[in-house]
Design a protein around this ligand. Structure first.
Ligand code: PLP
Length: 436
């Protein structure tokens, strides 16, 4: 039987063909319906039920990709994509990602790719520099903000149990409590579940009219819990909530954490990129109180998914929470370099620092600032137009580039009916394939 495995020459030919497709795809992306229009099961019906016994040609595979997979894809890089949050990619990021996949390196420790570890060190310093983050932060790259928040919760859990839960489990431990507003991202509850703290021990604090956490309510909840014999360990603030981009008051929350000796984690998954702009640094006022901080270059900073920047103050506590030392991972450089396997959940790690390096060098700080500024300008402009038009209602302040608004039909006053109309409208718009 003829082997279908590619030789280097065939790989080169196909790779050029695929790169041509990539460039065409991005150039003509608006020709696709932005939200996939397939129905449940449409894609599955086109797929073979079992894998082929003998290899198939790349031509056949690519043809099926264009014919059966593309129609089932939603085009997140399309300029008509307004849903959820940005998941920006960019040409330099794509080039880095191709190189990363080609080398297929496992960057778990310094020795398994010294350049990857040292580039990661430097990229975290670059981010600190261009976003004016606190000097005492040290950072690493995680896959997602959810993982980074889990790391924060686990580190808080270990620090406040004197690293005993890692050792002995929860035996003889008090009930641990975590605090966040009722607007924060679901990853906090998920993290608490995984960390064994339990979602019922995530205390949801009420918010003000701008949907930001009310610090007095936080203090009250902590005092109440202490009185009842619970052990508060961690407070999570949102710098930009997912629903409305509300900004929690970091300074007041930080002071409360200091007073009660609690781990203070700040989640700026989306909004963090705005710190590239000096005029928006006010959103991080009080960040110096944070024990840990997360933001996602894979959302708004031109770096394709996945790439999360995670910073901590107490590097030793983080490493002590995650460290492992089997025989096969021992190295002579241990302790003198950053072995990032000890900075989070994963052992094997992708070489994600490369795409950050490519992006930050190709755009330059000013290039990134120019784009981010323009995104905010466009959103503020639209937000003002919406506010001027009585047919629409703005539902939350437009702090950066997220606009929450709805259609307000003239003669309908019943909120339920207004919601139902907006729900139908949203579905209809999304089904046009013209905007998502
Ligand atoms: N935190 C906030 C504020 C978010 O908006 C999101 C995603 O929307 C997340 C966390 C989760 O991000 P990830 O998908 O990187 O886990």
């Amino acid at each position: 039987m003829k082997s279908r495995l590619m030789n280097p020459e065939e790989f080169r030919k196909k790779a050029h063909q695929v790169v041509d497709w990539m460039a065409d795809y991005l150039e003509n992306i608006e020709q696709y319906p932005v939200k996939s229009q397939v129905q449940v099961g449409d894609t599955a019906r086109q797929l073979a039920e079992v894998p082929p016994m003998s290899g198939e040609s790349m031509d056949a595979i690519l043809e099926d990709f264009y014919k059966h997979i593309i129609p089932g894809m939603t085009h997140w890089q399309s300029p008509n994509f307004y849903a959820y949050f940005n998941a920006n990619s960019s040409y330099p990021s794509l080039l880095a990602e191709m190189i990363t996949a080609t080398m297929g390196a496992q960057c778990m420790i310094w020795e398994t790719s010294p350049a990857a570890a040292e580039l990661e060190d430097r990229m975290m310093e670059w981010l600190k520099f261009c976003m004016d983050l606190p000097d005492d932060f040290v950072g690493c790259i995680q896959d997602t903000a959810s993982t980074a928040t889990l790391c924060a919760i686990l580190t808080a859990r270990e620090k406040y149990s004197d690293f005993n839960i890692n050792k002995k489990g929860f035996k003889e431990q008090p009930v641990l409590r975590i605090y966040c507003s009722d607007q924060t991202h679901s990853s906090i509850e998920k993290g608490a579940k995984i960390a064994g703290i339990g979602k019922e021990n995530v205390v949801k604090i009420p918010v003000d009219q701008d949907l930001a956490l009310i610090p007095e309510k936080l203090e009250e909840a902590i005092k109440n819990d202490i009185y009842k014999g619970y052990k508060p360990i961690c407070v999570v603030a949102a710098t930009g909530t997912t629903g409305t981009m509300a900004m929690d008051p970091l300074e007041e929350m930080g002071r409360i954490c200091e007073e009660f000796d609690l781990w203070f984690h700040v989640d700026a998954a989306y909004a963090g990129t705005a710190l590239l702009l000096p005029e928006y640094r006010w959103i991080a006022k009080g960040l110096e109180y944070a024990d840990s901080y997360v933001f996602n270059p894979h959302k708004w900073m031109f770096t394709n998914f996945d790439c999360t920047a995670y910073f901590v103050k107490d590097k030793e506590a983080l490493i002590r929470t995650f460290t492992i030392m089997p025989e096969y991972l021992k190295t002579s450089t241990y302790g003198t370099v950053n072995d990032y396997r000890d900075w989070g959940v994963q052992l094997g790690r992708r070489f994600r620092a490369l795409k950050l390096w490519f992006v930050m060098r190709n755009y330059g700080v000013e290039g990134m600032q120019e784009k981010i500024r323009e995104h905010i300008r466009i959103a503020q402009h639209l937000s003002k137009d919406i506010q001027k038009n009585p047919q629409y209602e703005l539902l939350a302040p437009t702090v950066l580039n997220l606009i929450c608004f709805r259609y307000l039909p003239k003669n309908i006053k019943d909120p339920k009916q207004i919601n139902a109309i907006n729900e139908r409208l949203l579905e209809r718009i999304n089904n046009t394939g013209k905007a998502y």
